[in-house]
Design a protein around this ligand. Sequence first.
Ligand code: PMP
Length: 375
Amino acid sequence: MIPLNFNLDPLQRSGIRRFTNMAKEVDDCVMLTIGEPDFATPEPIKAAAVAALAENQTHYAPNQGIAPLRQAIAAYETQRGMACTADQVLVTVGATGALFTALLGILNEGDEVIIPTPAFSLYETIATVAGAVPVALDLAAHDFQITDEALASVLTDKTKAIVLNSPNNPTGTVLSAESLAAVKGAVAGRDIYIVCDNVYNQLSYGPCPDLSLDPTLADQLLLCQSFSKPYAMTGWRVGYLVGPQPVMDRLLLLHAAQVAAVPTFVQSACVTALATDVSGMAQEYRRRRDYCVERLEKMGLHFPRPEGAFYIFIDIRPFGIGSEEFCTRLIRQARVAAVPGSCFGAEGFLRISYCCAMENLQKGMDRLEQFLNRL
Ligand code: PMP
């Protein structure tokens, strides 16, 4: 093969997909791997897409996104507490597109990106593609929170960005006000961007402190958001990026060069999504969270308290088995699929997703319990 971009060399297939595929080969395996709502997209959103197609909204959209959607997003974010205008909004291909545009747009070769870990692997991937250096800030040792000391130990004059993801994938934890104060103290007034991955923000079960609501950080904050999780729209591939106007003017050019624009009729449906009440889904996730927490606690397992998203990050260190081997055995011997902590940069844990039907969760918990009893 003629050599490719060397920055691609370290990239690997997503561990989540790898373990999902392994599980698919096992008959009747309970899948607790993928972080995808089991709900169908609400009918009004689908109807809006159909109507937009009937109206022939099938031509190129403006690179930045259609005006009604950007206006609705700006109104939504402003009401939430992050004051912004429609010009600061860029409609992207999922939060994946928002993260790609944000990180690729700000990182130069050799720049360092602080990634509080365990973390969704995409941040590391994008930093690597950009030729930047992902720097893990290990939170497992600090109750999954950020301390001044830990942050100071990874901050250098090459630090260009820090990525925050709260509620977190894979732990379900929410960063405390103290954690965010540590971040603010470290980066305020310095040439460091805060990239806020807020994709689980609407799926938090209690207070969720958020630096995107702090106006004093507005010049250095980039907000990445998605329609995937709250509206059960993972396959529609829509998200958005909001940031300071001069930054967004430049990032728009990168987005335009990569994807031109998000499909027009899909954007129209997202205007309806923003006006749709999806609190019922969040309530159902909470019910499932409560059920799983109770079952796992009865099994004597430990995990940080999941306050949002739809994940639980179970500590398997007491079993003395690596997370990949543990998850492989769990699939083969107990027919339950989970994702090893190693896929999120945290050995000694596994992630389960509880975004599946209650009867599957019950079956999964029963099988996990039997598996642990035999270990
Ligand atoms: N950020 C986090 C933390 C995620 O878990 C995901 C999806 N699993 C994404 C971003 C990307 O979401 P999407 O591209 O579907 O909007």
